[in-house]
Design a protein around this ligand. Structure first.
Ligand code: ATP
Length: 479
């Protein structure tokens, strides 16, 4: 058995081992001359060992075979150094250079061991690309989930609402100014908030100011803030305005049609120049905000009346979104009623359902207060009606008064009913029958809607007619 490895390896074996090493072995003497390199140099530099041996490392560096140089650091510090090198053949190497010292502690030669890490680098780059792709698709999936859940959050089946919400989604991702139009209670505030929540500014503030609720003389300083000593009674330190508080985020101007002309001029500057002047200030402040405005007023009409600036209108209405009133999307009434009923039933831990006659009446109602009105009605019904079915008689009288389309004589009927009621000659149930008859003009339809006998309906209508004048004659009980 040999004592050590050396004793069992001859020169040829050693040569074979070195030539078959995947790592490059590169030996340089103390003067920088290459004294040995194994065959790995062919793949690393595209040179045979014979083309390298005898050359200096300085020459190889100057010829651009590899960089950066390692030899000077090892020579100077006499310590092992490792670094990354790139070769002219496009190979990435991790090179470790180890000094071999003589008996005086001076460098005798330097052994450099180089490992090809090109594949690792390639793998790293591929991994990076894959990770980028994964995060791209993750974002896409999150976007889609948000989109689906956004639509899920709304109860609707109508095409009108679908296209309105699709527009809301489209504008959310861009920075343009949006003008939300529509009647009171159609959900303009909710939509403004949705746009912000789906926008790249969602982590930043969403600041809302209502042009109708802040007194005219305070609106400017509320919006733009003021400097110290700006006016009598002002805070001595000045005040930051809502515009500044919204920096980076979204400023929602609700009821924009109510904003006075003087403030409109400053808003125009804000939108056009992205800057504003605080009240009493001398220097403009620049700001990065997105503006969303909403109104239920007819802005072109206000422009004609000289109450709204035309240039501001065009700036605000880059994109217009108009949630339709409920009466124009009858298909959505029943899904929304169920949505709100479930919502309040879960909130108050009750259980109700709408009687089909009740849904029929609510479907024909014109909902002047739109979603807000429906929301409040559902809450009221859940609280006031004992658990179980919600019947027509549980509905407030206005539902019968304002059925869509409105009949010409409903106001007349209502006036007469009030008079009659004041005389205590009509009960709530009778009033419902009379109102419904006024809309349906058929005692048969009234009876089947309310699930009562037709003769009862006819009797009540006759009594009513005897007491006051109704628009048309009541039909006979044979009807
Ligand atoms: N998508 C919705 N889902 C559930 N509830 C809604 C939705 N949209 C609106 N509502 C209800 O309707 C109410 C009115 O909505 P919102 O304040 O957004 O309407 P608006 O059009 O801004 O009204 P106004 O013009 O009077 O300010 C809300 O408080 C909410 O109860």
């Amino acid at each position: 058995m040999p004592d050590d490895n050396e004793s069992c390896l001859n020169r040829d074996d050693l040569q074979k081992i070195l030539d078959n090493s995947f790592d490059e072995i590169f030996v340089v003497d103390r003067n920088g001359f290459v004294t040995y390199v194994n065959k790995a140099c062919i793949k690393n530099y595209g040179l045979n060992p014979s083309e390298i041996i005898g050359k200096t490392v300085h020459h190889l560096i100057d010829e651009g075979y590899y960089s950066p140089a390692l030899f000077p650091f090892v020579f100077k510090d006499k310590k092992t150094v490792t670094l990354e090198q790139n070769t002219r053949a496009g190979i990435n190497l991790v090179v470790t250079a180890t000094p071999v010292l003589d008996s005086k502690g001076e460098i005798d030669f330097i052994v450099m061991n180089s490992r090809d890490i090109t594949q690792i680098e390639q793998l790293k780059q591929d991994l990076d690309k894959t990770q980028k792709l994964v995060s791209h698709y993750k974002n896409k999936v999150a976007e889609l989930v948000q989109r689906v859940s956004y639509f899920k959050g709304y109860s609707f089946t109508s095409e009108k609402m679908r296209s309105c919400l699709a527009m809301v989604q489209r504008v959310a991702s861009v920075n343009s100014t949006v003008l939300i139009l529509g009647e009171s209670g159609t959900g303009k505030n909710v939509i403004a908030m949705d746009i912000h929540k789906m926008s790249p500014r969602k982590e930043e503030p969403f600041i809302c100011i209502n042009g109708a609720t802040i007194p005219e003389h305070l609106l400017e300083s509320e919006l733009f803030g003021y400097c110290r000593g700006a006016f009598t009674g002002a805070d001595k330190y000045g005040k930051v305005g809502l515009v500044e508080l919204a920096n980076g985020g979204t400023l929602f101007l609700d009821e924009v049609g109510e904003i006075p002309l003087a403030v409109q001029a400053k808003l125009l500057e804000l939108i056009q120049e992205h800057r504003f002047l605080p009240v009493g200030g001398k220097e403009h402040k620049t700001i990065d905000i997105r503006i969303i405005a909403a109104t239920n007023r007819d802005l072109p009409q206000l422009i004609q009346e000289g109450k709204f600036r035309e240039d501001l209108y065009y700036r605000l209405s880059v994109v217009e979104v108009e949630p339709p009133p409920l009466r124009n999307r009858g298909e959505d009434i029943v899904p929304l009623l169920h949505y709100f009923l479930n919502r309040y039933d879960s909130q108050y831990k009750y259980s109700h359902e709408f009687d089909t006659r009740c849904l029929e009446i609510l479907k024909n109602y014109s909902w002047p207060g739109n979603i807000r009105e429906m929301d409040h009605l559902a809450e009221r019904l859940v609280i006031t009606v004992p658990e179980g079915k919600i019947l027509p008689e549980h509905l407030p009288s206005k539902i019968f008064k304002i059925q869509a389309p409105l009949s010409n004589n409903s106001n007349l009927v209502e006036d007469e009913l009030t008079k009659w009621k004041n005389l205590q000659k009509v009960s709530d149930d009778e009033a419902i029958i009379i109102r419904l008859y006024n809309e349906l003009r058929s005692s048969y339809k009234v009876a089947s809607t309310l699930n009562i006998s037709q003769s009862k309906v006819t009797r009540i209508i006759r009594t009513y007619k005897q007491n006051c004048k109704m628009g048309q004659d009541v039909e006979g009980s044979s009807n």
